[in-house]
Design a protein around this ligand. Structure first.
Ligand code: PEP
Ligand code: CO
Length: 440
């Protein structure tokens, strides 16, 4: 499902053969380390923070955007460590998030019909035959950009981000617009104090004691691309997808007899499965069984994305079915994808309040059922775009026109993302549950 029709199968094979000889982007020991950490999260001892764009574009592979995305994720993770008192697993859904599933294979405009745009890994967004024809060379271009992205991230982390160790440098202007401003300020000051305390105690700088792990994920949608990076490694059993640590499986490609499920069954990476409103408890149970027959802890992360208005009805039966089956999974909430709507003027957006509301309900439901919500996934960017409504600054429909950049789904901007982390931290530290209801 969801595979492009390339003009020449031979040209695809040539690219796959070449890519198969290039060095991998990640290693099997990093992958196994992530799996161990995800198993600890499933057991309630860690928390998973995942974020990135809905789709990366080749054009946005530049230092400013990569650095700002990494920065917001690291800042959010510090806030979460502080609030949850748990170690946070950081995963960027980037360095390979270049392919998107589409509901239609073709797009028609003014009597001209061309293949749909499927992401930069496959074709280009412009509406000409040349741009829309799937080009296998794009797999190589994507692979190179993924390598550049991962390389830059590794260097930034090794070098230590000054902003990370000095929360006083954080861009916190938005705090003054929030009724919880003073509390946010206290969180940030307290993180700063903790870091200084650690530095004093260890007699070193946080840069050295705070070497963080960072992992990548992406939708493993374009099978030739994933296949080219799927290899055996010395002294380990099985096959590894070495293009990413955590490949994702989407709702449109999770047919139990389909090629994507067959592929996922065959690799040893931890995998993430999207769970949308169309997922039924029996289907989820079957998928979990097929994808993790040995019930290996850490192997499977279920990312539910049901929508604030549907989660109360849809999530409990799904959780109960998995609990009853005895499977060990990591439950993670994506409060973005079930809360997308169009404004009267036709702009695709999401509201901060709906996102927060789904998240709060997810925490409540898992608590009530005795399961652990051990992670979140956000679509976000480190820039101050205006794509989602609300947040401390109260972005309105009129603001959306000002700086809307996403080609696909609307993302939380820097301030909205940081505020979301503060609200999760607040709940985890026992003060929330109530963030909004107390104010109503
Ligand atoms: C996504 O995960 O960003 C997304 C748009 O999901 P899907 O198209 O698989 O529903
Ligand atoms: Co998306």
């Amino acid at each position: 499902m969801q595979q492009p029709v390339y003009p020449s199968a031979e040209a695809v094979e040539e690219v796959v053969a070449l890519m198969s000889t290039l060095p991998p982007l990640v290693t099997s020991w990093e992958i196994e380390s992530l799996k161990t950490q995800l198993a600890e999260a499933a057991a309630g001892r860690r928390f998973l923070l995942q974020g990135g764009d809905c789709a990366e574009s080749f054009q946005e592979c530049n230092s400013a955007q990569i650095a700002s995305k990494l920065k917001i994720l690291l800042q959010m993770s510090l806030v979460l460590v502080h609030g949850t008192r748990k170690r946070v697993i950081r995963v960027g859904r980037f360095g390979g998030q270049y392919a998107k599933p589409r509901s239609e294979d073709y797009e028609a405009r003014d009597g001209v019909t061309l293949p749909s745009y499927r992401g930069d890994l496959i074709n280009a967004v412009g509406f000409t035959e040349a741009e829309r024809t799937p080009d296998p060379q794009r797999m190589l271009r994507g692979y190179e950009r993924a390598a550049l992205t991962v390389n830059f991230i590794r260097s930034l982390i090794d070098g230590g981000f000054a902003d990370l160790h000095h929360p006083e440098y954080w861009d916190l202007d938005f705090v003054q617009h929030s009724p919880r401003g003073a509390e946010y300020q206290r969180i940030v000051e307290s993180i700063g104090e903790s870091l200084r305390f650690m530095e004093a105690l260890a007699g070193t700088t946080a840069g050295e004691i705070n070497r963080v792990d960072f992992f990548t994920s992406h939708d493993a949608l374009l099978l030739p691309y994933e296949q080219a990076q799927t290899r055996r490694v010395p002294r380990r059993d099985g096959w590894y997808n070495l293009s990413t640590h955590l490949p994702w499986l989407g709702m449109r490609t999770c047919g139990i007899d389909g090629a994507h499920v067959a592929y996922m069954r065959g690799i040893s990476n931890p995998i993430a499965l999207k769970v949308g409103p169309d997922m039924t408890p029996p289907k989820l149970k079957d998928l979990v069984e097929v994808l993790n027959p040995g019930n290996e802890p850490g192997r499977l992360t279920l990312i539910h994305r049901l929508g604030a208005d549907q989660i109360n009805d849809l999530l409990p039966p799904l959780v109960e079915a998995i609990e009853k089956s005895g499977a060990t999974v990591l439950w993670c909430c994506d409060p973005m994808h079930g809360n997308t709507h169009r404004t009267p003027s036709g702009i695709k957006t999401r509201s901060f309040d709906h996102i927060l509301s789904e998240l709060e309900r997810a925490f409540e439901i898992h608590e009530r059922l005795g399961t652990y919500l051990g992670g979140v996934h956000f679509e976000l960017t480190g820039e101050n775009v205006t794509e989602c409504l609300g947040g401390a600054r109260g972005l309105t429909e009129t603001d959306l026109a000002r700086d809307y950049q996403s080609q696909v789904d609307p993302r939380l901007n820097y301030e909205q993302a940081l505020e979301m982390a503060m609200l999760i931290a607040r709940r985890a530290s026992g003060k929330l549950g109530v963030a909004r209801s107390a104010e109503r």
